[in-house]
Design a protein around this ligand. Structure first.
Ligand SMILES: Cc1ncc(COP(=O)(O)O)c(C=O)c1O
Length: 388
């Protein structure tokens, strides 16, 4: 039985072209970019070339890019670094985010609130998970340090009005960060167009290696380093650069930007097939997130009266790899906080399923899903009734 991978939001396979670009830096070009000799200089050249590539894709200058150890670290550095610096510079003590953010943002915000004395406002979201810009206006205060709202949601695919929110923040002199980790494989991330001050990326979501990320920091944005030590990344992130992975991130981002349009059109067609197939074949099913303002590759559902983790096991036995929402939440028996924030009752929210397609997905793959899923849901509901 062929294994079908429909979980591209959890992670993507490494593009063979990216691996090729990385290999020299795992073999003969192993130098430390901080060393003065030839090995070091060649490694440094590779890192600086990667920085230029990333800057070109994002529409910024190379010195506005910091390489990190992944999307979570980029978020941590952005939030802590900007919050601490804003407090030191202007006594700003207030932060704003939304309850639908990824844990890497939410847990960091909660720690800043619970252990570092910041006040935190969590914005309301509508039933599709969208933040209303007018609510940002209402939440902003003279002492607001930073607002963080993600570009696209990992569990429900909903896109946020990031450019509008950034403009509102700037009118009041407040910094705006966006977690673009999910968005990077499919959306244009030009930071001049969106006007964001800080933007987080993680390479493994766009066919790059795991454990490497990037953070865009607009020039002049006060940022206190959170990982201290050597002077790498212009003193903003200490530690010997992960040269091969940084080269891989840049190559993966370059290819993604180049091929985005072609892939997106195909992804959207596959997504629509999945949504139509599921809604018309599974009783008591709903799409979660925004119906249209969502990532092209992302379909997410809730099914009443079933447990999403049981459904995942059924699908896995049938050779289909999917997710109940966020990879980080798998195995957790509680309903997802994101789905509860949309106002879904637990009897619905517990039965969540996320299907995300990618470069390796074929029509046959989604046809198989649409054939297998209704029977799996029916079986789980029958088992539940038999137990009741
Ligand atoms: C929206 C979002 N932010 C942050 C992360 C964390 O990124 P990383 O796995 O690179 O630490 C993820 C990964 O699931 C994500 O989907």
């Amino acid at each position: 039985m062929e294994s079908i991978y429909l979980d591209y939001a959890a992670t993507t396979p490494l593009d063979p072209r990216v691996l090729e670009a990385m290999l020299p830096y795992l073999r003969e070009e192993f130098g430390n970019p901080s060393s003065v000799h030839g090995f070091g200089r060649r490694a440094e050249k590779a890192v600086e070339g990667a920085r230029r590539t990333v800057a070109e894709v994002l529409g910024c200058d190379p010195d506005e890019i910091i390489f990190t150890g992944g999307g979570s670290e980029s978020n941590n550095l952005a939030l802590r670094g900007a919050a601490f610096a804003a407090r030191e510079l202007r006594g700003a003590n207030h932060l704003i985010t939304a309850p639908t953010e990824h844990e890497a943002v939410l847990a960091t915000m909660h720690q800043l609130r619970d252990h570092f004395g910041f006040e935190l406002t969590e914005l309301p979201v509508d039933r599709t998970g969208r933040v209303e810009p007018a609510d940002v206006v209402r939440a902003l205060r003279p002492d607001t340090a930073l607002v963080s709202v993600m570009t696209a949601n990992n569990e429900i695919g909903t896109l946020q009005p990031v450019a509008e929110i950034a403009a509102i923040c700037h009118e009041r002199g407040v910094l705006f960060h966006t977690d673009a980790v999910q968005a990077a494989s499919q959306l244009d991330l030009n930071v001049r167009a969106s006007g964001v001050d800080l933007l987080s990326l993680g390479a493994h979501k766009f066919y790059g290696p795991k454990g490497v990320g990037a953070l865009y920091v607009r020039r002049g944005t006060p940022l206190l380093p959170t990982q201290t030590g050597g002077a790498q990344e212009r003193g903003r992130r200490a530690g010997t650069s992960n040269v091969a992975s940084i080269v891989g991130l840049a190559e993966a981002l370059r290819i993604t930007a180049q091929e985005r349009e072609t892939h997106n059109a195909r992804f959207a067609a596959l997504r629509e097939y999945v949504i139509a197939g599921v809604l018309s074949n599974v009783p008591e099913s709903r799409v979660t997130g925004h119906r249209l303002e969502r990532l092209p590759n992302h379909a997410s559902f809730v099914f009443r009266y079933i447990n999403g983790n049981d459904l995942l096991m059924h699908l896995d036995l049938a050779g289909i790899a999917a997710s109940s929402g966020s990879a980080c939440k798998t195995g957790d028996p509680r309903p997802s906080g994101v789905l509860l924030a949309l106002g879904l009752e637990p009897e619905w929210a517990l039965g969540s399923l996320r299907i995300t397609v990618g470069r390796g997905t074929t029509e046959a793959h989604v046809e198989r899903l649409v054939a297998v899923l209704p029977k799996a849901v029916e079986k789980l509901r029958a088992e539940r009734l038999a137990l009741a």
